[in-house]
Ligand binder design. Structure first.
Ligand code: NAD
Ligand code: SER
Length: 316
């Protein structure tokens, strides 16, 4: 991979940890972190180069790429599913406008571009169990619509202009460094924080609602491995299903009880996020990623639970 890197949306749940990992692998000065505003996250904004960048501003993005001699972009800036349903116009503007600007600068400057898609690119008519790599994609959220359009646009820029675009369909990500930014799967992070703080959690997602989830370090490994993969082996490029575990709230609670036997889970279901969750698959078939670039998750539910509880006990 060409290693002068720009990360957009770098102060979000994924970006903070991705920047730290990329700097460890490629060197602090090689990774420029950027976000809409500078936040007090010293491990990112002070440990290497940082720039304020609104991804909907095409000229500012092109100037930053030129100034920093960027070769590869990890484009993370986006509005997630629950916030997107509240502000669909903003979701379209940021998710599609930002991606279009990133693709255009990648075309003009011959950059490599990584963009994550999501389990949200599927909808109620998609086969819900072991959802195939290539299948029906008719999402009914604005976030999901931007993810399908994004996958197609990235394919188009690769086929039409030869841009080295790559990406994965991420499950809900679980991590302890930075809180999630307004998605439907956020409950699966909050449950661990509340397990440490109060030994109980009230879930806004209903019992029995399965969704794919993944521990953050597995997702970051996928980002780096796919960008380092031999392009001649990639049949798909921009929308690899990747999977680690398919869980409902009660599965996470049962896993937490292996370490905290008195943990209590109850429910106060949010109809908006519940409807979104029900429109997404229960589990994905990730065989294409396994075959094309040797993808494999390291963390199952119990290993993730043990790691999350230990880290949050120290942090909180
Ligand atoms: P997040 O909400 O935590 O972070 C997104 C970042 O984008 C924020 O720091 C925000 O300030 C920034 N941003 C918003 N508007 C911007 C703009 N106009 N210009 C520049 N920056 C802007 O999100 P995340 O969880 O880190 O997600 C990153 C990517 O991964 C997104 O594309 C998201 O759809 C995808 N994804 C995330 C998950 C997950 O569980 N976290 C799952 C599937 C896909
Ligand atoms: N975690 C994301 C969300 O819930 C999935 O794309 O929006």
């Amino acid at each position: 991979m060409k290693t002068k890197i720009l990360v957009t949306g770098a102060l979000g749940q994924i970006g903070t940890e991705l920047v730290m990992l990329l700097r460890k692998i490629y060197g602090d000065d090689q990774v420029v972190a950027s976000d809409l505003v500078k936040k007090d996250i010293p491990q990112v904004v002070e440990a290497g180069p940082f720039a304020v960048l609104d991804v909907t501003d095409a000229r500012a993005m092109a100037e930053l790429v030129e100034r920093e001699q960027i070769q590869t972009v990890y484009h993370l800036a986006a509005i997630l599913s629950a916030i997107g349903e509240n502000q669909p116009q903003l979701a379209w503007q940021v998710n599609m406008g930002g991606l279009f600007n990133a693709l255009e600068v990648a075309r003009e400057k011959k950059l490599a571009l990584f963009t994550p898609s999501s389990i949200a690119c599927f909808g109620p008519s998609t086969p819900p169990d072991q959802t195939p790599q290539d299948t029906i994609q008719r999402p009914n959220t604005v976030y999901g619509v931007t993810k399908v359009a994004g996958e197609l646009l990235c394919d188009y820029y690769h086929e039409r202009f030869g841009v080295d675009t790559r990406g994965v369909r991420l499950p809900g990500l679980i991590s302890h460094e930075t809180l999630p930014g307004g998605g439907t799967t956020d409950y699966a992070v909050h449950i661990y924080y509340e397990a440490i703080k109060q030994n109980r959690y009230t879930s806004f997602i209903a019992e029995g609602t399965k969704m794919d989830m993944m521990y953050m370090s597995d997702a970051l490994k996928a980002f780096v491995d796919l960008m380092e993969a031999d392009p001649s082996k990639l049949v798909h490029r921009n929308a690899f299903n990747i999977a680690a575990m398919s869980v409902a709230p009660e599965d996470i609670a049962a896993s937490i009880r292996k370490f905290q036997p008195d943990f209590v889970l109850d429910y106060d279901v949010d109809p908006v996020r519940q409807a979104i969750a029900e429109s997404w698959p229960n589990s994905l078939d990730d065989s294409a990623a396994r075959e094309e670039w040797n993808w494999q998750a390291d963390y199952d539910l119990d290993r993730m639970t043990e790691t999350m509880l230990e880290a949050l006990r120290k942090k909180l």
